[in-house]
Design a protein around this ligand. Structure first.
Ligand SMILES: [Ca+2]
Ligand SMILES: [Ca+2]
Ligand SMILES: [Zn+2]
Length: 287
């Protein structure tokens, strides 16, 4: 009995050792599989990135035979419209890729275009190059959309520039009978109910109240930030994620991007975001 007990004890011990070895082998297998998984993941991610990087070149529209239905860059203008050009509401022609003029002055079937109606107040407080932060290349923090500023008469009263695609409109207001808001719009795509207003005089008053010796450049930056903020709400909407804690389609104040809920200031220093996030760049929706 005693021996048997001892034998049993040995067998148990041996089984335990076996189990332990088995565990070690499982761990080895798991480590091996983890490595295989990591390597496969890297291969897939690199492959996808290469595909994405090459996608625009591969998808380039042939303007010798453009489709009157397809909209390769999803900006609301067909490939044919973007190759040939479109006639705006007042009869003026807006050129297409066929014209060969500078990209800024024409449509292009391979990259996004957006018409913007800027309604200036008199006297306007909007600085030069008001849409700079929106049209900047994505590598520089912009949305990389080719923006075409038109006058109200070049669209119909519903902002249509073709039978299906609308311009966005940003109206300047000098109203400073109250201090807020500094800008408003409804959120959506250009084809939604999106009439943005930017209260330039309120912005200037706000900046001056925080810092009486604020530079003109700072005021201009704040105005351009606000225009870019409201336009962002109309091309997605951006920010793409609704967050009630931050007043809707916004990032937390102090993130220092264009779509922060508000511009942060501390003492007399302003922190004005002039870039969009990568989530914004991939959330662009024009129709
Ligand atoms: Ca298009
Ligand atoms: Ca386009
Ligand atoms: Zn907002």
């Amino acid at each position: 009995m005693e021996k048997k007990a001892s034998m049993n004890s040995w067998m148990v011990q041996e089984n335990k050792n076996f189990e332990r070895k088995e565990v070690i082998q499982m761990e080895k297998r798991e480590i091996l599989w983890s490595w295989v998984h990591i390597i496969l993941t890297v291969v897939v991610v690199v492959g996808l990135n290469l595909l994405l990087i090459q996608a625009p070149a591969m998808a380039a529209v042939d303007c010798n035979n453009p489709s009157t239905e397809a909209d390769a860059d999803l900006d609301g203008f067909t490939d044919a419209q973007e190759c040939i050009g479109i006639t705006l509401y007042n009869g003026s022609l807006f050129l297409g890729k066929d014209s060969g003029v500078n990209r800024a002055d024409r449509l292009d079937p391979d990259t996004k275009d957006l018409f913007v109606i800027l309604v200036y107040a008199s006297p306007t407080k909007i600085p030069a190059n008001p849409l700079e932060y929106v049209s900047a290349p994505q590598s520089q923090g912009g949305l990389g959309i080719a923006l075409h500023v038109i006058v109200p008469e070049q669209a119909d009263t519903n902002r249509l520039v073709t039978s299906t695609q609308k311009a966005v409109r940003v109206t300047e207001s000098l109203d400073d009978s109250t201090t807020t808001p500094l800008g408003v719009t409804s959120c959506g795509t250009p084809n939604g109910l999106d009439l943005a207003t930017v209260y330039t005089q309120r912005i200037i008053n706000h900046v001056t109240s925080v810092n009486p010796s604020a530079s003109q450049t700072l005021k201009d930056t704040y105005i351009k930030h606000t225009i870019a903020h409201e336009v962002g709400h109309m091309v997605g909407p951006l920010a793409p994620t609704y967050n009630a804690n931050y007043g809707g389609y916004h990032y937390k104040t102090g993130t220092n991007v264009i779509l922060d809920q508000s511009v942060k200031y501390k003492g007399t220093t302003f922190y004005i975001g002039t870039t969009y996030t990568s989530a914004d760049k991939s959330g662009i929706k024009l129709k």
